[in-house]
Design a protein around this ligand. Structure first.
Ligand code: FAD
Ligand code: UDP
Length: 386
């Protein structure tokens, strides 16, 4: 059957929206549903009704990428405002710069070392351990040595992930750089910014195409009778199969909102590294829109608490511990044997994906689908390795 197809897309986050748009631009029809009453998935932003501050409802989101095509695509749908992310970290009663850089090291040890001296100093503290390091703990001890590891990473990571760092993969810590300069930029990508009107407006613009139909407040389980030629599922992989093989592990987050006088903490994100502070970080949303800060004298903060996701909790971070990976493989086998569905996105592939990676992968998925439709072939269950 050549010609346009109708694709049912579950999930109106970046993944679902970009797939819908790219398919629509190639002459296909997309029906996109989401169980929430808004688009943009976990990147959703909304003005706080009491203060008017633009709030990152499901946690802080900063767009950063080296992928020029992704950056251009996003800029075609919203005005990206310059934004440079800096994070501070509380340890004891001191405030340090994070990621660990020359300022952090000199402040922590009460020294005035040069880049070369600090590099030699940290190298002398590094613990050899397994090579290459497999666990978060081994990576941390090799990366910065025990003193800095225990101060900045151990307590925070136990709170964030709920397991011993020796059980977590090294890849989680590899997301952070270690710098022997005074550069305290949290990210190192060429492009960095935040949409002027928020992420939700950006995703709404992506979905604004005559060949795309959107249904909000609609669960996939209620939409099985919507006629379609193929389905893209960006919800949790185990949920698609009614958790028949068991539940994949996720961390969920709880945000405790407080309205305070502006400014509260003087920066967007303050991490609390000590194990005896129950939350992981405080986000002050005003700082995500520096271009409108002067308008506000009230501020909104979120204290962020992390916990194991139970039934009914929103899944945020995939755990991917050893047991999860074994279960994931069994779900992947099932998914590959299921006709008519392609699984995508951070929940569909049970992977931590930054927004730029989610968009890049979504573009790849759309291209794969359009190619398979043109050749009358069965689309793959997964376009990327899971
Ligand atoms: P989602 O945004 O989760 O969208 C999936 C959608 O599917 C949801 O709206 C959900 O309601 C819907 N859905 C699921 N199941 C069903 C169903 N059965 N029926 C109907 N609808 C369903 N990335 C960055 O680049 N920078 C950051 O600073 C950053 N910060 C982050 C902070 C936190 C706390 C977290 C958890 C993630 C962060 N990310 C960040 C990653 C970012 O959130 C993801 O890249 C992005 O959400 C991926 O989009 P998605 O469409 O794949 O998934
Ligand atoms: N981390 C930490 N202390 C910090 C910041 C980060 O221990 O002050 C650890 C934590 O385990 C986190 C990981 O480093 O999950 C990666 O940091 P990133 O900022 O990418 O965190 P995430 O996106 O997971 O919030």
């Amino acid at each position: 059957m050549a010609g346009p197809r109708t694709v049912l897309i579950v999930g109106a986050g970046f993944t679902g929206a970009v797939i819908a748009r790219k398919l629509a631009e190639q002459g296909h029809r997309a029906i996109i549903i989401d169980e929430r009453d808004h688009v943009a998935g976990n990147c959703h932003t909304a003005r706080d009704t009491a203060t008017g501050v633009m709030v990152h409802v499901y946690g802080p989101h900063i767009f950063h990428t080296d992928d020029d095509a992704v950056w251009e695509f996003l800029n075609a749908h919203c005005a990206m405002m310059p934004y440079r992310h800096q994070v501070k970290a509380r340890v004891g009663n001191q405030v340090y710069a994070m990621p660990i850089n020359l300022h952090t090291i000199n402040q922590f040890f009460g020294t005035a070392m040069s880049p070369q001296e600090a590099q030699g100093f940290v190298a002398a503290q590094a613990e050899a351990g397994e090579d290459p390091p497999q666990s978060f703990e081994a990576q941390g001890l090799r990366f910065v040595g025990r003193t800095l590891y225990q101060a900045f990473f151990e307590g925070y990571t136990r709170k964030q992930w709920g397991v011993e760092p020796s059980r977590l993969p090294a890849s989680i810590l590899k997301r952070l750089p270690l710098r022997f300069t005074y550069d305290d930029n949290y990210f190192f990508h060429r492009h960095q910014g935040i949409p002027r009107e928020g992420y939700t407006a950006a995703v709404a613009s992506i979905l604004d195409h005559p060949a795309i139909t959107l249904h909000l407040s609609t669960r996939a389980e209620e939409a099985r009778d919507i006629t379609h030629d193929h389905m893209v599922y960006t919800g949790p992989l185990d949920r698609y199969f009614d958790h028949a093989l068991g539940r994949l592990g996720y961390r969920t987050l709880r945000f405790e909102r407080e309205e305070v006088a502006a400014p509260y903490q003087g920066t967007a994100v303050m991490n609390y590294c000590d194990a005896d502070v129950p939350f992981t970080r405080i986000t002050e949303h005003l700082y995500f829109a520096p271009w409108e800060m002067a308008q506000f004298d009230r501020s909104v903060i979120y204290r962020e608490y992390s916990a194991s996701a139970g039934t009914g909790d929103i899944p945020y971070y995939p755990l991917r511990l050893i047991d999860d990976k074994a279960l994931l493989e069994r779900y992947v086998v099932r998914a590959r044997a299921t006709e008519g569905v392609t699984f995508a996105g951070r929940l569909g592939s049970y992977a931590y994906l930054d927004m730029d990676v989610a968009i890049r992968r979504a573009m790849d998925v759309a291209q794969h689908l359009a190619g398979a439709f043109a050749r009358d072939q069965r689309p793959a269950a997964f376009v990327h390795p899971v």
